[in-house]
Ligand binder design. Structure first.
Ligand code: PLP
Length: 367
C-alpha cells in the first residue's frame, strides 16, 4: 500500500480517484468556446439528475468558488428583504448563514441550538406559529461541525404546515444523503463539487426551482453572487465571468463516476460502511463518539479526544502514518476530532488507519 497517497479524512477537499485526477490532464479550454459551453451544459444536466426527483423542476446554476460561495449566493439572491428568514443553527455552518443574512441586511431570526443538540422542532413550530413575518427557513442538512444529519422530513412538514419555503445548505450531503426534492416547500439547495461529489475545489452550485427564475427577480445586492445572472448566461452554457475551467473537467468526470458507481444511494452506503467501521473500532479502543445516538450522517463522525491526549499529538502521528484527520472547530478543538470517509477511500486505507490509531493509543498506554 506504499503507493497510496496521503488519505484525506477531512470533510472535503477529498482524496481524488485516479479517474478524476486524470481528467485534469487534457487540452486547455477557453470558456467562450462552444466545447466549453457543451461541457457546462452537461455538468448542469448531470447535477440536476443526481436526484431524479430534482430533474424536472430544478435547475443547477454553477459558480466559481467554494461551498460558502454557493450558500451566500443562494441567500443573497433569494432571501426576502421584507419578510423574515428563520435560520436553524446547531453548528458553525448554520451560524455562518445567520451572519450572511446580517451582512446582506435581510430580516433574520436565528434559532440557535447548542452544537451537540438536534434542532428543536417544537421550538421551530412555536416560532413559526408566533411570527407571521417569517416567509423562509434556512437549515444545514449535514452539520459538518459535529457530523449530525439534521432531520429534513419533519422540518419540511412544518414548512408546509406554515406555508414557508425551505432553503438548504447541503454542502456536505449532496450526492450521498437523501434530499426530498419532490417536496414543494423545498426551493433551493446549495452545494459544492469537492465534497460528496468527489471533484476538485473551484465549482459550487445551487439547485433552485426553475419557477424562481421565471416569477421572481433577483434580490442580490452585488453582481458576483447574483444567481440570476449566472442562470441567464448558462442557458446556452456560458458564464458571465471566467469559470474555474479545470474544476469543470474534474466535476464532469466525478459526476460520470458517481453515476457509474450507482449514484447517491450507493455512495451513501459505501460511506456508511467505512464510517461505521471506524466508529465501532474507536469505541472498542476507548474513543467514544462525540454525539449520542444514531444521529451521524453517512460519512462524518466526531470523537471525544481521549483523556491525556491533545489533538495535535494525534493529528501529527496519523499524518506521519499517511492520514489527515480533522480538528474540532472553535472551542471544540479541546474536546473532539473528526474523521470523514468522503473521497476515494479503500477498505485497506481504513484498515491501515485503524492499525495506526491502535498502535498510537496502546503505545502510550504501555509507557
Ligand atoms: C464545507 C461546508 C461549508 C463551506 O464550504 P467551503 O467549501 O469551506 O466554503 C458550508 N456548509 C457545510 C455544511 C459544509 O460542510
Amino acid at each position: 500500500m506504499q503507493d497510496r497517497p496521503t488519505i484525506l479524512l477531512n470533510p472535503g477537499p477529498v482524496t481524488l480517484s485516479d479517474r478524476v485526477r486524470a481528467s485534469l490532464l487534457r487540452e486547455d479550454m477557453c470558456h467562450r468556446e462552444a466545447d466549453f459551453a457543451a461541457l457546462m451544459r452537461d455538468i448542469k444536466t448531470r447535477l440536476a439528475a443526481v436526484y431524479s426527483e430534482a430533474e424536472a423542476a430544478f435547475e443547477a446554476v454553477t459558480l466559481t468558488g467554494s461551498g460558502t460561495c454557493a450558500v451566500e449566493a443562494m441567500i443573497d439572491s433569494f432571501s426576502s428583504r421584507e419578510r423574515t428568514t428563520l435560520v436553524l443553527s446547531n453548528g458553525v455552518y448554520g451560524e455562518r448563514i445567520a451572519a450572511m443574512l446580517a451582512a446582506h441586511r435581510r430580516p433574520c431570526h436565528e434559532l440557535r441550538a447548542d452544537w451537540r443538540e438536534p434542532i428543536d422542532l417544537q421550538r421551530v413550530r412555536t416560532t413559526l406559529a408566533g411570527d407571521a413575518t417569517i416567509g423562509q427557513v434556512v437549515a444545514v442538512h449535514n452539520e459538518t461541525t459535529t457530523g449530525r444529519l439534521n432531520d429534513l422530513a419533519p422540518l419540511l412538514d412544518l414548512c408546509a404546515k406554515f406555508g414557508v419555503e425551505l432553503m438548504l445548505d447541503a454542502v456536505s450531503s449532496f450526492g450521498a444523503e437523501w434530499i426530498d426534492f419532490s417536496h414543494p416547500n423545498l426551493v433551493a439547495v446549495a452545494s459544492t463539487g469537492n465534497k460528496c461529489l468527489h471533484g476538485i475545489v473551484g465549482i459550487a452550485f445551487v439547485l433552485a426551482r426553475k419557477t424562481l427564475f421565471v416569477h421572481r427577480t433577483s434580490l442580490a445586492d452585488g453582481l458576483y453572487l447574483d444567481l440570476f445572472r449566472y442562470q441567464a448566461a448558462q442557458l446556452d452554457g456560458f458564464s458571465p465571468y471566467t469559470p474555474a475551467v479545470h474544476a469543470c473537467f474534474a466535476l464532469r468526470e466525478a459526476l460520470a463516476e458517481l453515476a457509474d458507481l450507482g449514484g447517491w444511494r450507493a455512495r451513501g452506503v459505501r460511506y456508511r460502511q467505512l464510517s461505521e467501521r471506524v466508529r465501532s473500532r474507536l469505541t472498542q479502543l476507548g474513543v467514544p463518539a462525540y454525539l449520542e445516538g444514531d444521529v451521524y450522517s453517512s460519512m462524518i463522525s466526531s470523537f471525544k479526544l481521549p483523556v491525556g491526549w491533545n489533538y495535535q499529538e494525534i493529528h501529527d502521528a496519523l499524518r506521519a502514518a499517511g492520514f489527515v484527520i480533522y480538528a474540532g472547530q472553535g472551542s471544540l478543538y479541546q474536546e473532539m476530532f473528526r474523521i470523514c470517509t468522503m473521497g476515494d477511500i479503500l477498505d485497506q486505507d481504513i484498515t491501515r488507519l485503524l492499525t495506526a490509531i491502535e498502535e498510537l493509543l496502546c503505545g502510550r498506554a504501555r509507557q
